[in-house]
Design a binder for this molecule. Sequence first.
Ligand SMILES: [Zn+2]
Ligand SMILES: [Zn+2]
Length: 343
Amino acid sequence: MKILKLITLFLFSLTLFGCNPKTFFVEREIEKNLGRFNYEMLKDGKLHVVLVGSGGPMNNPERLPTSTAIIAGGEFILVDLGAGTIRNADLQNLPLKNLSAVFLTHFHSDHISDLGEANFWSLAMGRTKTLEVFGPVGTKDVVDGYNLAYKYDTSYRIAHHGAEFFPPEVCVPVAKTVRIAEADGAELFFNRNGLKAYAFRVDHSPATPSYGYRFEYKGNVVVISGDTKRIENLTKHTKDADIFICEGVRMELVKHVSDYAKKTGRPRIGKLLFDTLDYHIDPVDAGKVAKEANAKKLVFNHIVPPVTNFLTKRMFLDGVDYVYDGDIVMGEDGMEFILEPKQ
Ligand SMILES: [Zn+2]
Ligand SMILES: [Zn+2]
């Protein structure tokens, strides 16, 4: 009763101050939704890394497929775009209207599915520059394909809202193919406002070429492995990383699931899972790369299989701390790392 009286008193006082209680609450809700985006992270001089999606391709309630945000110096890069990750980026309050570019590591579906959403939502929220999509040879085909699929959507938006609101040249993303001159080299292909990005080759054959990316900003280094088996070139370009974000496929767990699926009358799933074993990296091997590269922190994303309980999470990481004594982090959707400038 007392609470009811307090609420009545509150509503009454709102009307005294000229507020309509109904619109007051509705507008608060709208403001909470529209005013929640974090633009500060673009200009605070720090390097922000957000795991927008930390899972692999298999659906699970805890993780969306892979996408990682790198935000620094006014630039906002999304590395890979698994299905649903733009919804996650939005709910994580990332400043989508400032999306500068997308970097694709390779073209498996769990890395490219949300490209259309990335383009449309950043545009709807106010992006004023054309979205650039960087990636290996083949990126143009992928971008052209999306543009064809979204051709009608784009024309409807321009016709409905007006060309000054949806400038046609900003509506259509452009592909920027990154070529790496030396097989084991790193190519500097992005250098804006102090944020540098290098591409280097990894081995995810038959998905060839596949890239990893190394970011540098104010003395900090962040490396994203992309999908790859353990190779020397990954170690080489992870050298002295402050954060090494590495995919992880726990081989013995995947093998176990594969065997179980085959044994229980699901041979197709069993085979598909078994086939993944030869072109990914086991968490313990990722730990060895981190150790040899002198990386300070190892963060797992692209977590496979989709471990969702305490025991299987422990099994995913089992043994990593035997080979690597830096920080080991099991990535989660929405996890953020902030690096203060060193120079
Ligand atoms: Zn892949
Ligand atoms: Zn993948």
